[in-house]
Write a protein that binds this ligand. Structure first.
Ligand code: 6PG
Length: 237
């Protein structure tokens, strides 16, 4: 697990964009299947990507997948797809064929099956699981990642690629990429900023199973943490 700490959230998002774009340019003939988390943290990255890094990104070689989605309509302010569409997908030169959104408006359990099959039909496989080239994760203050919340640890080891889950406080239904395909990804990156995440980052870095994010961070093959100083302030190296 490699630690990358930067002064501000903007510096952190910029560094992660450079990391992703370098992977793309280092493999000029490869189409990358990238799964993106939602929430608020990646929004700054999407905005920077659209305005400061659009010219140097080979957009036609990216296929956009989601790590998880809230079970709402795509035009709902809570939609992870809707937020990325607003900030990035509507701004840069990509075709609809490159975008594989989770249908938040559908029945969660049925959509989890549909999207699992879609991923299986498009991605290469390893050990019987689809292989994402890169999975971008965030972390909640309770240590959840994707929409795998504490108390729902069965999603870390299930054989289903995507499953429905439920937010423990809002009871909002979710569709979530589960633990094994995340661990199976060629590259996992965590983008975590803000002092409110410092405690959960310390747990994630120090222990291997105390939270769903820690479980994944200590088992995925290639893991890089992209933190601002505030989120990394309690990590002792
Ligand atoms: C979601 C995300 C989720 C997110 C964390 C952190 O749909 O909410 O995929 O896993 O990464 O909750 O969210 P913030 O970036 O808003 O703190």
């Amino acid at each position: 697990m490699k630690l990358n700490i930067y002064r501000t959230a903007t510096d952190t998002a910029t560094a992660l964009l450079r990391f992703i774009i370098k992977k793309l340019t280092d493999s000029p003939n490869k189409v990358f299947d990238i799964a993106f988390s939602g929430g608020t943290t990646p929004s700054l990255m999407f905005d920077l990507w659209a305005h400061d890094f659009a010219e140097i990104t080979p957009w036609q070689r990216i296929r956009f997948w989601w790590v998880d989605e809230r079970c709402v309509n795509p035009d709902d302010p809570d939609s992870n797809y809707g937020e990325m569409k607003r900030l990035l997908l509507d701004v840069v030169p990509i075709s609809e064929k490159q975008v594989f959104r989770i249908h938040g408006e559908s029945n969660p359990a049925e959509e989890a099956v549909r999207y699992s099959k879609l991923a299986e039909s498009h991605l290469s496989t390893k050990d019987g699981l689809p292989v994402f080239d890169l999975v971008l994760l965030g972390v909640g203050e309770d240590g959840h990642t994707s929409s795998i919340f504490p108390g729902q640890e069965s999603l870390l080891t299930t054989s289903c690629i995507y499953e429905s889950s439920i937010h423990p406080h809002t009871h909002q239904k979710r569709v979530a990429l589960t633990g094994l395909p995340i661990i199976n990804a060629l590259q996992v990156v965590f983008l975590i900023t803000g002092k409110e995440k410092a405690k959960v980052v310390k747990e994630l870095y120090s222990f291997d199973s105390v939270t769903p994010s820690a479980y994944i961070a200590h088992r995925a093959q290639q893991v890089e943490l992209f933190l601002d100083e505030a989120a990394g302030s309690l990590v002792t190296i």
